[in-house]
Structure formats: structure tokens, C-alpha cells
Ligand binder design. Structure first.
Ligand SMILES: Nc1ncnc2c1ncn2[C@@H]1O[C@H](COP(=O)(O)OP(=O)(O)OP(=O)(O)O)[C@@H](O)[C@H]1O
Ligand SMILES: [Mg+2]
Length: 252
């Protein structure tokens, strides 16, 4: 199920001016790809991600998720496809504090009115998949940042989405936890999940298969990352994480 972005334009009309957030961006994302979107602040990264996530519609151009042209959909159709087929991961996790790990993972199903034994079992399986099988009843404030982000990733998978959309998923995390989250993304991508993430960090972007750069609302470059480059970035992050862990071990 490929995604096709074609001459995508998004303008925000404000009182005194029009902001051109995206000025005709085109690229495809084949199923199973892992794309890092980069670019300076204000270049349109979040705007693009929001449209991929069916949170907003383009001013012009088209956006196909498989055969569905989301630019032609009504708000209701958009909400439907969003709740069923899009998985979001945010920098600030966006978990519900009153709910446990397993309940948070089920939230997207709740909005679809689907909550039964089967859904509960699926949430537990996902918690186990992200390494939180022993934290099912914990609440977000009883978890580390990395654990909270893993809950968010499990939640993003619960509706078996077209893709995982992540806006700065490691922005709040230290190097050890960033390494863990990127390992998890590697594994999910290895299992065939399509991942599109926004990042400001070169070493995070180099873990992806491809780097798309935006500048002033336009596509600036679109380059694949070689397997050697990916492996080097992986090794570097891994070593940095181990060094930090050893230092913490000494300090304790
Ligand atoms: N709802 C909105 N109304 C008006 N202008 C907006 C709106 N959302 C975004 N913009 C403008 O569109 C442009 C692109 O914003 P966007 O949030 O996509 O940037 P970004 O690349 O994600 O930046 P950052 O790295 O800072 O998160 C900016 O100039 C921003 O001010
Ligand atoms: Mg942004």
C-alpha cells in the first residue's frame, strides 16, 4: 500500500497575509519504506505530516493512501480513515495520565467503539512486543520517558495502520533511550511497517532508509541512505549509549 504525494500545496489564509506552508511537494512512499523528513524550523514538516495523518486537507494537489485520494474526502471520511489506518507518535508521548499502559494502547480502538477481550489481548501483545509486558498496569507517571514513548509506539500500532507517523519521537529522550526507540523502529520496519518520521538530528535521520529535506515549503532533496551509512549510524549511537550506561554504572 503505497502513499503518493503529488504537487501538494497548503496555504493558511490569515487576516493580513497568506502563509505558504507547502508549495507543491511531490514524492512517493512505497510500502515498507522508512523516511526521515528534515528541514529548518517552519519549512513545512509538521504540516506535511498532519496531512499524511489525515488531520488536515491540502489547499491543492493530491495525496493518495493506496487508492484513497484523501484530498477529495469529506471531514467524516477523513476522521474515519485517521482512526482506522494512521498511527501517530509525538515528541511529548501524548498519553492519558489516568489510564494504565494497556488502556492507553487501546485508546484508538475506543474511538472506534471496539473494546472487548480480543482488543485487550491485542494491547497486551503489543505491550509485550515493545518490552513492557511487565508494566501493563502502570500509569504514565510511573514510567520513564523511553517507556512512555514505547507505550505511544504500541498505541500507534493497535489499529494496524498504513504507516507510523512520528514527529520528533526522540526529541525528549537521552541517548540511551533514543537508541532503544530507534532499535524498535528498525525492528518494526524490518517486519514491514512503513515509518515516516520528522527529526532535526542527522544521526537519527541516518537510521532511516531515505532522507527527504524540505526548505521553505518545497522539496529540497530526496536521498536514500546506504546500508553502510545506516549501519555506521547505528553503531555510533549504540556505542554512545553503552558509554553513557557505563558512566552511570560507575557513578552509582
Ligand atoms: N494553523 C496554521 N495557521 C497559520 N500558519 C501555520 C499554521 N500551521 C503552520 N503554519 C505556518 O506554516 C509554516 C510551516 O509550519 P510547520 O509547523 O509545518 O513547520 P515545521 O517544519 O514543522 O517547523 P518546526 O521544525 O519548527 O516544527 C510556518 O511558517 C508556520 O508558521
Ligand atoms: Mg514541526
Amino acid at each position: 500500500m503505497a502513499t503518493r504525494i503529488d504537487k501538494l500545496v497548503k496555504s493558511y489564509v490569515l487576516k493580513s497575509e497568506t502563509v505558504h506552508a507547502l508549495r507543491g511537494v511531490s514524492f512517493d512512499v512505497p510500502e515498507g519504506d522508512y523516511v526521515a523528513i528534515m528541514g529548518p524550523s517552519g519549512s513545512g514538516k509538521s504540516t506535511l505530516l498532519n496531512m499524511l495523518g489525515c488531520l488536515d486537507q491540502p489547499t491543492s494537489g493530491s495525496l493518495f493512501l493506496g487508492d484513497d485520494n484523501i484530498s477529495l474526502m469529506t471531514d467524516d471520511e477523513l476522521a474515519e480513515i485517521r482512526s482506522r489506518r494512521v498511527g501517530f507518535v509525538f515528541q511529548s508521548y501524548n498519553l492519558i495520565q489516568q489510564l494504565t499502559v494497556v488502556e492507553n494502547i487501546q485508546v484508538p480502538l475506543y474511538y472506534q467503539g471496539r473494546l472487548g477481550a480480543k482488543e485487550y489481548a491485542r494491547a497486551v501483545a503489543l505491550a509485550e512486543q515493545v518490552g513492557l509486558g511487565d508494566r501493563l498496569g502502570h500509569r504514565p507517571n510511573q514510567l520513564s520517558g523511553g517507556q512512555q514513548q514505547r507505550v505511544a509506539i504500541a498505541r500507534s500500532l493497535v489499529n494496524d495502520p498504513y504507516f507510523i507517523l512520528a514527529d520528533e519521537p526522540t526529541g525528549n529522550l537521552d541517548s540511551v533511550t533514543t537508541d532503544e526507540i530507534l532499535e524498535l523502529f528498525d525492528r518494526l520496519n524490518g517486519e514491514g511497517r512503513t515509518i515516516i518520521l520528522v527529526t532535526h538530528e542527522d544521526d537519527v535521520a541516518e537510521r532511516a532508509r531515505r532522507i527527504v529535506r524540505l526548505k521553505d515549503g518545497s522539496l529540497y532533496s530526496d536521498e536514500s541512505v546506504s546500508e553502510e551509512q545506516r549501519a555506521a549510524a547505528r553503531l555510533l549511537q549504540h556505542e554512545a549509549a553503552i558509554a553513557v550506561k557505563e558512566k552511570q554504572g560507575l557513578a552509582e
